[in-house]
Design a protein around this ligand. Sequence first.
Ligand SMILES: CC(C)(COP(=O)(O)OP(=O)(O)OC[C@H]1O[C@@H](n2cnc3c(N)ncnc32)[C@H](O)[C@@H]1OP(=O)(O)O)[C@@H](O)C(=O)NCCC(=O)NCCS
Length: 174
Amino acid sequence: MELLELVPDDLGDDLARRVRKLVHSTWPEDAAKEGDYYRNLATPTAVVILREASEVFAHLAIYEREVGVGSETLEIGMLGGIVVAPEQRRRGHSRVLIRHAHARLQGRCIPFSILFAYEPKVYASSGYKLMQNATRFIDADGSLKTFVYRGSMYAELSERRWLNQLLDLRGGTV
Ligand SMILES: CC(C)(COP(=O)(O)OP(=O)(O)OC[C@H]1O[C@@H](n2cnc3c(N)ncnc32)[C@H](O)[C@@H]1OP(=O)(O)O)[C@@H](O)C(=O)NCCC(=O)NCCS
């Protein structure tokens, strides 16, 4: 098993195709959209991949974003596109991807990571807690929305404590 961290532009055709296949097998609705999988959302600063020989079986995208928390502007990490191939699930692979993402963010002195979970229990052992914050974000239709986003979670990556204040994503969710 090999772990790779790359910027999306360095994936190359073969890896990009394998990543798309994995992601689209989980979220087929994305396959129907025109254009590039990443750029349709927001471009990640890095993607982390696990592969066995040439087969990509796990993927996570790291976004680094300036957001507002209360009156403060802060750079945080956002994790998205977390997917592990069905036959490889429940073996700790998502934990490995997240641990790697956290090390990268900590190396850049980024104090928090957030994600939007379908199943919050999966992320508890990686240090994530459910947020109480109202989140402001730009929805897929371009409108500005503010509400407590179900399944939004944060992890503290340094001594700093997360604040329960308005989180303004200044963009979309991932
Ligand atoms: C969610 C997903 C990424 C988890 O990947 P995984 O490699 O199987 O997860 P891990 O083996 O690393 O497990 C991490 C923890 O979650 C738990 N877990 C994994 N799948 C779970 C599930 N479906 N329900 C509840 N808990 C689950 C594990 O028991 C483990 O708990 P622990 O660390 O407390 O022991 C994978 O199931 C997947 O790709 N699902 C489809 C896509 C998806 O929903 N992505 C998430 C978008 S936010």
